[in-house]
Design a protein around this ligand. Structure first.
Ligand SMILES: Nc1nc2c(ncn2[C@@H]2O[C@H](COP(=O)(O)OP(=O)(O)OP(=O)(O)O)[C@@H](O)[C@H]2O)c(=O)[nH]1
Ligand SMILES: [Mg+2]
Length: 440
C-alpha cells in the first residue's frame, strides 16, 4: 500500500486522526506500507516534540529536586520485593520475574514507533574509514559545545589581565573567576598556585593566562583520560549505567552500542528502567538502530531480576558486552538508591566480578550538584567511571575539573550535543583548551 501526504487538503483535527490511523496501520503491517518522505517529516516533526516533552520535564525535575526538593520523581516507586541477602546462594531471579513477560527483542523485530531518534541521528557505516575532515569536525564540535563555559572564562580572564601583571590582586581575582566557573575551591587554588610559581610579578597577557590555565587544567585531567575498554576475559563485560533522571543514560548506551558494534563487538542491552514504558521503548529503538538485541520485561518488573536474566542471556549468547540501563533516581532517595545496590548484588550472583564498569552519567547543567551525585552514587554502587553530558547547554562545564580533583574517577566520554558524534572520547588537553577558550 502506498500512502501520500497531503496536509493542505485536510483540516488539522482530521489530519491528526489520519496520522493516528496510519501509525496504527504501520504497527500492524510493518514493512508492507510505504509512506512518502513528506508524510514522514510531517509526522515525525510532530512526534519528536511529543516525545521530548516528558524528558524535558524529567530534566527539570532532576535539577529542581537535586537541589532541594523532597518529592519523588514522578515515574519512580519503591521496590516492592525484599532484596536478596548479600551472602545468599545463587538465587533465581526475583519471584515477580517469573510472573512477568520477558522479551528478548532481536534486532530484526519490527518496532515501527521508533522514528524520532532514527530521524535525528543517522547510523554510522560500519567499517567505513572516517574522512580526514572528521577530526576537525570533532574539535570544532567540542569547541562549539563548550562555548557557553568558555565565554565566561575568556571574558573574565581578559577583564582581569588587560595590561596587568600577575600579582596578589590578579591572582585572587582569577581564583574567584575559576570558583564561580564551577572548577571548585581546591582546583582553583591548585591552578593559581601553579601559575604564580613561574610568573609571579611578571607582565602577562590574557592569551598567555589562557594557555597557562589550559595546561594546568589538563595536568589535573590527563591522568583520568580513559575510554571504556572491554576486558575480553569477561563474557560478557557488564556495564551498569546509572545516574539521576534525564542525565543521558539511555542515549549514552545507544551511542556506545553503536561504537562497540563499529569495533566488531557483539553487544546486548538490558532495559533495566522498568518504571516507564517509554524508557523500555527508547532502548528498544536503540537496539533496532544498532542491530542489537534488547532484554526487556513488562513495566513494573523487578529491575534486579531483569538484570540477572540479562547477564544469563548474554552469557548464553557469548556476547562481548552487556549494557544495563537503569531508571533515573535522585541521590537523596534512599529507597531508590537501595534498589541500585540490590541490582549490583544480584549481578554478582552470576559473575562475582560483575558489574565490570559502573558508569555514572552526569548532566553538566546541574553544576556543583554533580559533586553530591558522584559522592552518593559511588558509595552505593561503586562508580568506576564518568560520562558527562550536555556540556553544550551550560556555562558550568568547569565542574568536570572539580569532579576530577575530588574523586579522581576515570572520565570516559563527554557529550557536547545530541548527535551520535557528539559523544566524544574524553581528551584532557582538548577539553582544557576548549574550556578556557585557548583554541587548538
Ligand atoms: N544537548 C545535549 N543533550 C543531550 C546530551 N546527552 C543526552 N542529551 C539529551 O538529554 C535527554 C535525556 O536523555 P536520556 O538518555 O533519555 O536520559 P536518561 O538519563 O536515560 O533519563 P531517564 O531515563 O529519564 O532517567 C535526551 O533528549 C537526550 O537527547 C548532550 O550531550 N547534549
Ligand atoms: Mg533513560
Amino acid at each position: 500500500m502506498e500512502i501520500c501526504y497531503a496536509e493542505k487538503s485536510f483540516p488539522r483535527h482530521e489530519l491528526n486522526l489520519l496520522h493516528s490511523l496510519i501509525f496504527h496501520l504501520i504497527k500492524i503491517h510493518p514493512g508492507n506500507i510505504n509512506v512518502s518522505n513528506n508524510f514522514l517529516s510531517g509526522i515525525f516533526g510532530k512526534k519528536k516534540k511529543a516525545e521530548e516533552a516528558p524528558l524535558a520535564d524529567d530534566q527539570t525535575n532532576a535539577h529542581i529536586n537535586a537541589e532541594n526538593s523532597d518529592k519523588e520523581a514522578p515515574h519512580q516507586s519503591e521496590p516492592t520485593s525484599q532484596p536478596p541477602e548479600a551472602d545468599a546462594p545463587i538465587a533465581p531471579p526475583e519471584p515477580e520475574a517469573q510472573e512477568t513477560t520477558q522479551q528478548v527483542m532481536p534486532p530484526s523485530a519490527a518496532a515501527p514507533d521508533t522514528s524520532a531518534i532514527s530521524q535525528r541521528e543517522p547510523i554510522a557505516q560500519e567499517g567505513v574509514e572516517q574522512p580526514e575532515e572528521k577530526k576537525s569536525g570533532w574539535l570544532s564540535r567540542l569547541t562549539q559545545g563548550l562555548s557557553k563555559s568558555s565565554s565566561k572564562l575568556t571574558e573574565g580572564v581578559s577583564a582581569i589581565f588587560t595590561k596587568r601583571k600577575l600579582d596578589d590582586g590578579t591572582i585572587e581575582e582569577l581564583e574567584d573567576l575559576l570558583i564561580t566557573s564551577d572548577l571548585g575551591v581546591p582546583a582553583a587554588a591548585q591552578i593559581t598556585t601553579a601559575l604564580a610559581k613561574d610568573r609571579y610579578d611578571k607582565e602577562i597577557s590574557d592569551t598567555e593566562v589562557k594557555e597557562a590555565l589550559a595546561n594546568e587544567i589538563a595536568s589535573i585531567l590527563t591522568p583520568l583520560e580513559k575510554p571504556l575498554t572491554l576486558n575480553e576475559t569477561n563474557k560478557p563485560h557488564v556495564i551498569l549505567m546509572i545516574g539521576v533522571n534525564g542525565a543521558g543514560k539511555t542515549t549514552t548506551i545507544g551511542k556506545l552500542a553503536q561504537k562497540f558494534k563499529a569495533d566488531g563487538k557483539s553487544v546486548m542491552l538490558a532495559a533495566g528502567d522498568t518504571f516507564r514504558a517509554a524508557a523500555i521503548e527508547q532502548l528498544t529503538v536503540w537496539g533496532e538502530r544498532t542491530n542489537t538485541p534488547v532484554i526487556a520485561r513488562d513495566v513494573g518488573a523487578d529491575a534486579a531480576g531483569l538484570a540477572f536474566d540479562a547477564v544469563k542471556a548474554a552469557q548464553e549468547a557469548g556476547s562481548d558486552v552487556l549494557m544495563i540501563d537503569t531508571a533515573g533516581r535522585l541521590q537523596n532517595k534512599t529507597a531508590l538508591m537501595d534498589e541500585l545496590a540490590k541490582i549490583v548484588r544480584v549481578l554478582k550472583k552470576l559473575d562475582e566480578t560483575a558489574p565490570h564498569d559502573v558508569v555514572l552519567v552526569l548532566d553538566a547543567t546541574v553544576g556543583q550538584n554533580a559533586i553530591s551525585q558522584a559522592q552518593v552514587f559511588s558509595d552505593v554502587a561503586g562508580v568506576t567511571g564518568l560520562v558527562m553530558t550536555k556540556l553544550d547547554g551550560t556555562a558550568r562545564g568547569g565542574v568536570l575539573v572539580a569532579l576530577a580533583e575530588k574523586f579522581k574517577l576515570p572520565i570516559h566520554y563527554i557529550g557536547v550535543g545530541e548527535d551520535v558524534d557528539d559523544l566524544q572520547d574524553f581528551k584532557a588537553i582538548n577539553f582544557a583548551k576548549a574550556l578556557v577558550g585557548a583554541g587548538e
